[in-house]
Design a protein around this ligand. Structure first.
Ligand SMILES: *[C@@H]1O[C@H](CO)[C@@H](O)[C@H](O)[C@H]1NC(C)=O
Ligand SMILES: *[C@@H]1O[C@H](CO)[C@@H](O)[C@H](O)[C@H]1NC(C)=O
Ligand SMILES: *[C@@H]1O[C@H](CO)[C@@H](O)[C@H](O)[C@H]1NC(C)=O
Ligand SMILES: *[C@@H]1O[C@H](CO)[C@@H](O)[C@H](O)[C@H]1NC(C)=O
Ligand SMILES: *[C@@H]1O[C@H](CO)[C@@H](O)[C@H](O)[C@H]1NC(C)=O
Ligand SMILES: *[C@@H]1O[C@H](CO)[C@@H](O)[C@H](O)[C@H]1NC(C)=O
Ligand SMILES: *[C@@H]1O[C@H](CO)[C@@H](O)[C@H](O)[C@H]1NC(C)=O
Ligand SMILES: *[C@@H]1O[C@H](CO)[C@@H](O)[C@H](O)[C@H]1NC(C)=O
Length: 459
């Protein structure tokens, strides 16, 4: 099916290229890119309360500092932290050092030459901390540590949406009056995109003993909140969407260069002999992708096919294809916004959860893989795709196959918004074809331009 789509992609692109005036294509692409990326502030309309919170609980004072348990909670509904995991850094306000850590480590020890006898774990002004890998000895572990920095999203698995370590700080304040909070927190998850606020003293955390009969309390607690912005994370989208339907044989491909074409010369053709070479599937330290050559140059394509129209129901097929030879996506998530998601009757072979960020509107939901069945989206190649079908009950007042209504309004893969085809490219009903043909493109351009201007003026 993927091959068919690929060939179809190219055929339709040729048709479209001859059909659409070039300038208009550029205008539309620019407009779409602007629509996706004008949220420069870290605010995700589909998950307005999503954040990563880093909480420091001081559990004891020591002669020259304190011991704190640091807990990172991922409160984002559908954005997890994938392999190779998080990296957390901060700056010490004074001359603090880290005597020891449990459940994590700093990547550099730094210059500890001042110390005799007892050598600290880290003497850097700005320590950079990473999680330990699973399987370290028990005496180096604490609860919720040692997962290689992988943290699930809150919507998918709240119990795994947490990561912890313990840090013993020296040359620091030794009471809640003298301690100075660490500053300038930065979080990589694993790439850029997160912005962290200042640490704030909050009411001390209370802990319940395992038998639930005794409560204890942290001596002092401070929180740091980090929010994600796709605009900061990357210049281009990292996924795109293509469409098809039973009522029109045209496949609407992903927009050309949807994810940027700078890496064009570095991609590998799907029939290349290079693919049999060793190393093609070896992940790089910096996670640079090795993409299969496509016109969209995206690592991920989501295909939405309107498959069947019954009397009271309609059926959609969704397929996700991986074009990155160097990455297996674990714990992937797909978020879709469509007005009919308030009436999902059945989802086949994916798990589904409605997201209701605003109590009044129920038009968004997240799909994710079933454990041990398809929660792993394999590297590019014959196995690099997963699919599902969705059965939706029609609301007779709103359901229509006209004007692209049956296609999603927004699609996110792993928490990043995917680029949709421009509205005038959607497969349309044969009966409305004439109407669309006579639709003047200058009108589209004018409307787009005025919307653009309106948005710019309103900011
Ligand atoms: C972080 O997320 C939690 C859970 O959604 C929310 O209660 C809290 O208000 C958020 N914090 C900030 C500073 O947005
Ligand atoms: C501090 O963070 C914890 C989670 O790590 C959260 O439960 C708590 O509500 C936060 N407190 C404040 C005041 O934001
Ligand atoms: C924190 O960052 C700001 C601006 O990036 C810088 O001026 C300040 O010196 C940093 N603070 C520490 C303690 O490193
Ligand atoms: C600091 O500790 C004292 C008791 O030692 C307590 O009364 C006070 O509320 C604490 N202040 C903060 C900010 O936690
Ligand atoms: C993806 O997973 C498969 C099976 O676990 C493994 O053989 C392959 O090497 C992995 N590929 C990458 C790029 O990590
Ligand atoms: C939202 O829609 C789903 C069906 O997709 C339904 O199960 C759920 O109860 C609805 N939630 C609300 C708050 O309306
Ligand atoms: C689903 O659709 C039916 C038929 O239109 C409607 O009666 C019902 O209220 C809808 N359910 C939701 C959760 O909107
Ligand atoms: C299918 O949709 C395309 C636009 O994507 C349109 O050009 C074509 O005419 C439609 N096909 C039919 C048979 O109406």
């Amino acid at each position: 099916m993927a091959d068919n789509l690929q060939a179809e992609d190219q055929r339709t692109m040729r048709q479209i290229n001859s059909f659409l005036p070039r300038q208009l294509g550029i205008l539309i692409s620019a407009f779409l890119a602007f629509m996706i990326f004008h949220h420069a502030d870290a605010y995700d309309p589909l998950d307005p309360n999503g954040n990563v919170t880093i909480k420091w609980d001081v559990v004891s004072w020591t002669p020259d500092g304190y011991v704190a348990v640091v807990t990172m909670n991922n409160f984002q509904m559908y954005r997890h932290i994938m392999k190779p995991g998080w990296t957390l850094a901060w700056s010490w306000p004074k001359k603090e050092v880290i005597w020891s850590m449990v459940g994590a480590q700093t990547t550099q020890q730094g210059d500890c030459s001042k110390f005799k006898g007892n050598i600290p774990h880290c003497c850097e002004k700005t320590p950079t901390v990473v999680d330990l890998l699973p399987g370290v000895p028990y005496n180096q572990q604490i609860a919720n540590c040692c997962k290689g920095g992988v943290v699930a999203s809150w919507g998918q698995d709240p119990a795994s949406a947490v990561s912890s370590f313990q840090v013993s700080v020296g040359l620091a304040g030794t009471s809640n009056k003298t301690v100075k909070l660490p500053r300038n927190f930065t979080l990589l998850g694993p790439g850029p995109g997160y912005t962290c606020g200042p640490a704030k003293i909050v009411p001390s955390t209370t802990f319940l003993s395992p038998d639930r009969r005794r409560k204890t309390q942290a001596l002092m607690t401070w929180n740091v909140t980090c929010t994600y912005s796709q605009f900061i994370a990357r210049k281009n989208p990292s996924c795109c969407v293509s469409f098809s339907s039973f009522y029109n044989e045209t496949i609407t491909p992903c927009p050309n260069c949807a994810c940027g074409c700078q890496h064009n010369n570095k991609c590998i053709k799907s029939d290349s002999k290079l693919l049999s070479m060793v190393g093609v599937n070896t992940p790089r330290k910096d996670n640079t992708p090795l993409l299969q050559c496509t016109r969209h140059m995206c690592p991920i394509r989501v295909h939405w096919h309107v498959k069947l129209n019954y009397k009271d129901y309609w059926r959609v097929k969704v397929a996700i294809t991986n074009f990155n030879y160097r990455l297996n996506y674990t714990l992937w998530t797909l978020v879709v916004q469509h007005p009919n998601l308030n009436n999902v009757t059945q989802v086949f072979s994916f798990d589904y959860k409605p997201l209701v960020p605003y109590q009044s509107i129920n038009d968004t939901g997240m799909f994710y893989g079933m454990k041990f069945y398809n929660d792993l989206l394999m590297e590019a190649g014959p196995q690099g795709n997963i699919q599902s079908e969705i059965l939706l009950q029609k609301d007779k007042n709103t359901f229509t196959l006209k004007q692209g209504w049956a296609f999603p309004r927004k699609v996110y893969f792993n928490g990043d918004e995917c680029m949709l085809p421009p509205p005038d490219m959607y497969p349309f009903l044969p009966s409305s074809a004439n109407a669309m043909d006579s639709f003047k493109f200058t009108t589209v351009a004018t409307v787009l331009l005025s919307v653009l201007v309106a948005i710019l003026l309103s900011e």
